[in-house]
Structures are given as C-alpha cells and as structure tokens.
Design a protein around this ligand. Sequence first.
Ligand SMILES: Cc1cc2nc3c(=O)[nH]c(=O)nc-3n(C[C@H](O)[C@H](O)[C@H](O)COP(=O)(O)O)c2cc1C
Length: 309
Amino acid sequence: MVTPDLSVSLGGLRVKNPVLSASGTFGYGIEFAPFYDISRLGAVVMKGLSLAPTPGNPPGRIVETAAGMLNAIGLQNIGVERFIGDVVPRLEDAGATFVANIYGKTVEEYEAVARRLSEVLSLGAIEVNASCPNVREGGMAFGATPEGIARLTGRVRLCTAKPLWVKLSPNVTDIAGIAKAAEGSGADAVSLINTIVGMAVDHRTRRPELSNVTGGLSGPAIKPVALRMVWEAAKAVRIPVIGIGGIQSGADALEFFLVGASAVQVGTANFRNPRACIDILEGIEAFFREERIARLEEYRGGLKEEKTP
Ligand SMILES: Cc1cc2nc3c(=O)[nH]c(=O)nc-3n(C[C@H](O)[C@H](O)[C@H](O)COP(=O)(O)O)c2cc1C
C-alpha cells in the first residue's frame, strides 16, 4: 500500500508530517524521548523561552475543568542560554526538528531572544508567543490589536532570517485582522490558538483555584473556538496557518486541515496520553490510506461550506 505524503512547508520550514507538539505541553522535547522517537514528529515546539530563566507563578498553577484544563504556569523556563547549552545538543542527537517559542516582557527582549536563537544552526523556526494570558507582559498586550502584532512581528522579523511563526491569541474579536497584520509585517506562518482566559473558584473556601486568579483554558473545550478561528484566519492570509486547540485524535486534526490548517500542534492531549502526537499522526495516515488520498494538499482546505442536506 502507498504511504501518503504528509510533508508540508511551514513558512520556509519543510516538515515530514504536519503533527507538531504545542509549546508548554511537551517540555523541551527530550522528556518525551522515553515514550517514542521524537524525530517522528513534524517538529517539537519548545516551552516558551525568555532571555533569563523565569520561575513562573506560585502554585496552584493547574486546574482540571470539565472538558479541559486551566493553567497559569506564568512562562516558567530555563532561559535561552541554558536552552542552547544543555538542550539543543540533545535535540540534535535525537534527530528532532525543533522550533523555539519565545516571549519577552518588552519588544527589545523578544528581539534579543530571537537574535541569540538565530545563531543556532539546527533550529527550524522561531514561534513568537504574542498571546500568553498568564503574565502581565506575556505578549497578550502585543497580541490584542493588529497594530501591536504588526509592531512586534516587524521588529522580530528584522532580527532573524529563520522562518518566523507568530502565535495568536483567541482573546480578540477579529482574528482575521490580527492574522493579516502578522502576515503584512513579515510572519512566515501564524499559529493559533493559544489558551482562552478563564477562571475556576472553590465554592467552599470561596477562593480562586489559581494563584493568578485567572488562567488559560485549553483542551477539548476550546476546539470549536479554535476551529472557527483557524477557518477565519486561513481565509484571510496566504501564509500557512498552524491549527491548535483541543486536538486529541486523528479526526480532530483532519477537521483542522479541512478548514485550511497546513499543520496542527497538539497540547493538552499530551498530559493524558504521552503518545498522543503519534496516535494522531497514525490516525491521519490511516484515514488517508483508507480514502486513497496521496498528499495532504489534496485534502487541505476542502471544507464544503454549504449546509448538510
Ligand atoms: C501547561 C501549559 C503551558 C503552556 N505554555 C505555553 C508557552 O510557554 N508558550 C505558548 O505559546 N503557549 C503555551 N501554551 C499553550 C499551548 O501551546 C496551546 O496553544 C494551547 O494549550 C491550546 O492547545 P491544546 O488545547 O491542544 O492544549 C501552554 C499550554 C499549557 C496547557
């Protein structure tokens, strides 16, 4: 039987398949090496990196909700220098394609992180997190308006020749306008969505469950919102759209391809099933074989928009 060609170009980065891990849910990739060969993934997207190591928010930082989870990790990370010194060689040894997700408190910090990471030859792409809801300056300040996204994207663009992906926030009213602003300022791809701002409270203690009070909702609960936003963004831009939000199965990923996503990132599903990304990849392959679809591009964007009879 013919193996379907799932390779796809993501704004200058050619990946062998469209299943990527989502930032913050897959550590620095090497933590998952005991479960499977991480080089099987299209790419591994790193936990968000800042210039200096960051401890993140105090606990509680995670709450399980009815159809997903809330997190307020606060962008805890080891900082860009330790990432380059300790983690990059191990990712190279593992043969993984890897993408750095970056954030800064100021535009200058984003620029500095991007500049430093650009020196890493094996790095596949830089994903700018313009959308973290859990720290005051976690990017959402930049990601909330077309002007903010344009300014941040344009400034980081000047600092790197690496493929530049911009990760968008769903906490906006006009996602198409924001995606277009990223494209217009030099983004090679857009990734969406990040988490949706939510909160959880304990009715007995009468307190919020997260130390930060609010957090980011992820998982199956957000999939319909993500699907709608990816559909709107994909119609608005020519650059690849990477779909994220509640993807747990091959079928979920296929829905994102139908509305125009070129690839998907898998987040919360990794916490429930460490092999989630591989199961999703195999689900896509099995469906394409069954339907005799030879290439991802034959299927992508094929949503029939007329209503079901
Ligand atoms: C615990 C946790 C940490 C996250 N950290 C980051 C991060 O550092 N940078 C980022 O861009 N997104 C981060 N995200 C957002 C995810 O990458 C993803 O966009 C979101 O969870 C939606 O996908 P999902 O429903 O498949 O989890 C984080 C999500 C979770 C659950």
